[in-house]
Design a protein around this ligand. Structure first.
Ligand code: ADP
Length: 352
């Protein structure tokens, strides 16, 4: 039968938690092998080193101070690991000799990084929700009040004027509809599970362009579509379409009316690993100082055309959900190019 001590040692060594024994000066005297997983260091290499080499002096001072009057403490700790920040729940117990003198400390570090990241995501999405609710109630009111005002005027107007008012009411309600659609995309991206469907990208782009036709009546934009597919493409159709809707509607909305030949060039290359999509226009462009912020919630870089500042936030959020990425290149007065990379789910089952 194993001795109690060896059983205990085995238990400690196999624990997912890092257990460290430190002396009175907080120098490491013993560490379990769990440090390898988190910090990529051998427990033996830590022996004799001060804890302050890994944890701030300030934090250790605070613990020391508390442990003068308490026999154990609980705290939270954030440290830089080789793979980014690691969060721990810390339990420290004072170890005493037979005479009751402090001979060192037993420190248990319980990894709570996953839980912390989830907590931070929750805080972030709660803050976003607050912002959205605040902005929505404000922005929905504007087209609604304007439609109500116009109805009021139309009631008293002559027959010819009535038609004019009806046209204006229609525009106001289209704005409202557009806003509600964006809200829908915003909430749907977070809630709906990822789908894996076969997508005919060229067909999807053409459908989208067809739906966007009425967006800029009277403006002639030359649109080229070139899709080179080496492989079939699998992704989430609704989400890919959300990306196309927003980027293409912007490319149309921000056309430069000074130019003789407004164009939009859509090019895609698909292989079994990914789809690389570029959407380029020769519209008004985006000044360098705005380029980083255009993906932020409600950020607008121009008043050139009406908008909510939601479109590119939804695009980025959606692309991240698809495990892809997006970059922008733009020069004011020259044009804008979005470069989008979305993995092909051909072989890979979606992770929800
Ligand atoms: P919105 O278009 O509702 O303002 P978006 O989030 O879709 O909001 O875009 C954010 C900002 O980025 C826009 O206000 C605009 O200034 C800029 N932008 C986006 N796409 C283009 C484009 N193709 N050409 C020029 N500016 C653009």
């Amino acid at each position: 039968m194993k001795s109690e001590e060896s059983m205990f040692r085995e238990l400690v060594e196999n624990s997912e938690d890092i257990i460290i024994v430190a002396d009175q000066e907080f120098r490491i005297r013993y560490s379990t092998i769990a440090v390898i997983r988190v910090f990529h260091v051998e427990p033996l290499s830590l022996l004799g080193r001060p804890l302050t080499q890994y944890i701030s002096q300030e934090q250790v001072n605070r613990w020391q101070h508390r442990l003068h009057s308490e026999s154990h403490l609980e705290d939270e700790l954030k440290v830089k690991g080789p793979q980014g920040e690691v969060y721990f729940e810390v339990y420290i117990t004072v170890m005493r000799d037979e005479r009751g003198q402090t001979k060192g400390f037993a420190i248990k570090l319980h990894d709570i990084t996953e839980q912390k990241i989830k907590e931070q995501e929750l805080i972030r999405s709660n803050q976003q929700l607050d912002q959205v609710i605040y902005k929505t109630t404000h922005d929905l009111k504007a087209p609604l009040m304007s439609a109500l005002g116009l109805i009021h005027l139309a009631e008293k107007a002559s027959v010819e004027e009535k038609d004019q008012y009806i046209g204006m009411i229609k525009r106001s309600l289209i704005n409202l509809d557009h806003y509600l659609n964006e809200m829908n995309d915003f909430f749907r991206n977070d809630k709906l599970a990822l789908q894996r469907e076969k997508i005919d990208l060229e067909d999807l782009i053409r459908q989208e362009l067809n739906d966007l036709q009425g967006l800029a009546p009277g403006i002639q934009v030359q649109i080229d579509v070139a899709v080179a597919a080496e492989s079939v493409y699998f992704s989430d159709r609704v989400r890919v379409r959300t990306v196309l809707t927003n980027i293409l509607s912007n490319a149309i909305k921000y056309t430069d009316l000074q130019k003789q030949n407004p164009f939009i060039k859509i090019a895609a290359r698909i292989n079994d690993r990914a789809c690389q999509l570029t959407i380029e226009d020769n519209g008004i462009g985006i000044a360098a100082e705005h380029q980083e912020k255009i993906f932020d919630l409600f950020y607008r870089a121009t008043q050139h055309a009406p908008g909510t500042g939601l479109g590119l936030f939804i695009v980025k959020d959606t692309i991240e959900k698809l495990q892809g990425n997006i970059a922008v290149q733009s020069r004011p007065g020259i044009g804008t190019k979005f470069i989008i990379h979305i993995p092909n789910q051909l072989h890979v089952p979606v992770v929800v």
